[in-house]
Design a protein around this ligand. Sequence first.
Ligand SMILES: *Cc1c(COP(=O)(O)O)cnc(C)c1O
Length: 813
Amino acid sequence: MKNDIFESTGQFKKEYRRMVESEVGKDFEDADDYERFAALCNLVAYRARAIHVKNDNAIVAQRKKRVFYFSLEFLIGPLLENYLLNLGALETVQEALEEMGTSLERLSACEVDPGLGNGGLGRLAACFLDSMAHEGIAGYGNGMRYRYGLFRQVIKDGRQVEETDNWLAKGYPWEVRRPESAVEVTFGGEVVRHEEDGKYWFTLEGGETVKAVPYDIPVVGYGGQTVNKLRIWSAEPAQENFDLDAFNDGQYANASKFRTDVEAISTILYPNDAGEHGRILRLKQEYLFVAAGIGSIMRTFKRENTRADGTVDWDMFPELIAIHTNDTHPAMCGAELLRVLIDEEGLDYDRAWDIVTRTISYTNHTVLPEALEKWPIDVFHRLLPRIYMYIEEIDRRYREDFIAKHGDRMDLLCETAILWDGQVRMANLSIICSHSVNGVAKIHTDILEREVLNGFYQLDPEKFNNKTNGISFRRFLGNANPSYSRLITSAIGDGWLDDASELHKLSAFYKDSVFLDAMTDSKRLNKERLAAYIKKTTGVELDCDSVFDVQVKRFHAYKRQLLNIFKVMDVYNRIVNWGYTPRPTSFIFAGKAAQSYTYAKEVIRLINSVAHVVNNDPRANQIIKVAFVPNFSVSNAELIYPAAEISEQISTAGMEASGTSNMKLMANAAITLGTLDGANVEIAQLAGRDNIEIFGLTVDEVEALKSSNSYFAWDEYNRDRDRLGRVVDELIDGTFAGLSGNFNLIYDGLMHKNDADFVLKDFHSYVDAWEHLGSIYGDRRRWNAMALANTANSGFFSSDRTIREYAEDIWHV
Ligand SMILES: *Cc1c(COP(=O)(O)O)cnc(C)c1O
């Protein structure tokens, strides 16, 4: 599709020069790279906003439904190259910049990668924004503008060290501050009851009011027809209460304390995989972005739906607005919408409740019990007294209704009520306020229905549905892998950027030796590009003839990076002691661990310690190498995925809800080595069992072992003292202690806490499966045909498809 926003390189250059002059105040020749970069973003954003205004007018004129996607995280990544691709201007701009004596690559390198998310969940939200714009849906992100993103990870002595991510240090050229659209949000205070003529109502008195100020970032859809926006909120003081006396006394910090206390709300993003700690600031973040988002929706709705007589057409609310809640972080949407409709707009409860449940929908992302959000009632009540009253009322009515309908099933009530045991259960609140609940892969939705949310499923099976996750092929194949994209486009045209199911046409090339050999060349380029980055960031030199075996994702016990490094330790032992010669391989890891998640940080330290030993041992380092890429983020992910040949997706079956790096790697022609978990199950079905390597326990087997208590880690250890037993011993015998000591915590987890993640149980089937892949790699055409079958069948995992399903089944747009 060619739909360039710039008529020609000449036209672009003229406009771009003018933009540099007006924004930077310098001639193009005198501007530095960052200034040139920022001006280019401005030019693109300027064009994008013009499209947005046109879209907005059409939405109002056609009374089109808007979708608001509420998410505490949006991991958007660098935007410039993606927006140029989506606007059809990538080649024009590349060419023009070369003619101007610079390059797009050089200017793009100036772009920050905003760390406004932890990993998969935040990246999913960003892919959804891209796809909503592509599908022509009026879909808006609603999130938080954290002053500091997720920490930057550096490795010292093998350990993860966290550094502040000051992503706004140079400003952010894509955002526009909208102070005129600020919303006031109140915390604390006291609820007061009023009564007059037999009618009563409540008001909230006192408390601390803060100002939520929105910043808008354009979201440019592929094809250039639709531009939506992501609105992120920043907390600021409602009033300047600067203490001049304190300042004049030299107490500078005290003088502006009012400011720092408020701004703390939007200062940092909390890490997601350390369990919830009931931190009050987190609850404040959740309410701030919910209340601000709903306040802003209300303002627009009333402006567009007030009749001549001044009344508002509330019946239209669920017809014109869908609110989607990404996980339980926006769970207060229901209570807040109820509060606004009743307290501020004067609707009666039943009518308001009907609007709430017809508007809101919810996605569950996890089966981990420690990640199911709960808040102590006393904390909640003190911080949000009026919202808490509404939650109490929602819960009271839910119970009343329940007993009337299913009075004999008190077990189900105990499972599904919102308030229980002194706590507010946010997942239950989300489900009760929603008309739709979805999981994110078939097997995940099955597990929700069968186990985690079985109570709700029994009561209302119709509410449940599956929406298998997806990814942006434009970003993760089009932008990230130019050489493979060119090869694909030369074979089947570029229609796959618009409709990823066109990748099926690649099946005509499974036996085409010219195409298959060109795949080797493309992969080689990507491996060299990654190897150069790894050399620069870690000093480790990789052999580009070796297999690139990749596991890049957050560190978590259930994702089992430990199983992967055990494989490396075993292969190393066998090379050194038994003269084993495996397929030469580079084992590449990346990922952050939550700051407080000690176990996961120990696994990072183990990987780096193994790397230190292996990479420096001349008996092994011609055959295998280990690299840990620091500070995993969208930008280095875009270098890693295209270079991968083996995609490690090895979570304990039943634990990974979906995964999305499995999809990105599949699209980039890596072969999955995985368990039957999350979307791996669907990958296996689509690619065919011959084109994926599956190993290990199934969900049913894991459940059987757990419920029968028949798994004993020591049995596995004793059964194979030579290989597995040896690897376990090496955690504590000094073999890998050179960098920073032994690994007693990991050893205890396995041998004294009975290996909750079944690492020892799956060890042999895993290493065997890996060796089987190695045996195929020697026949590169066969390997490439398998890899191509993966790309060809990956189109289902386009987030465009996912979004079309949400639009049709849930949002009704
Ligand atoms: C896709 C992506 C993830 C998700 O990876 P999983 O392996 O599915 O957990 C995490 N972080 C980044 C930067 C990503 O792009």
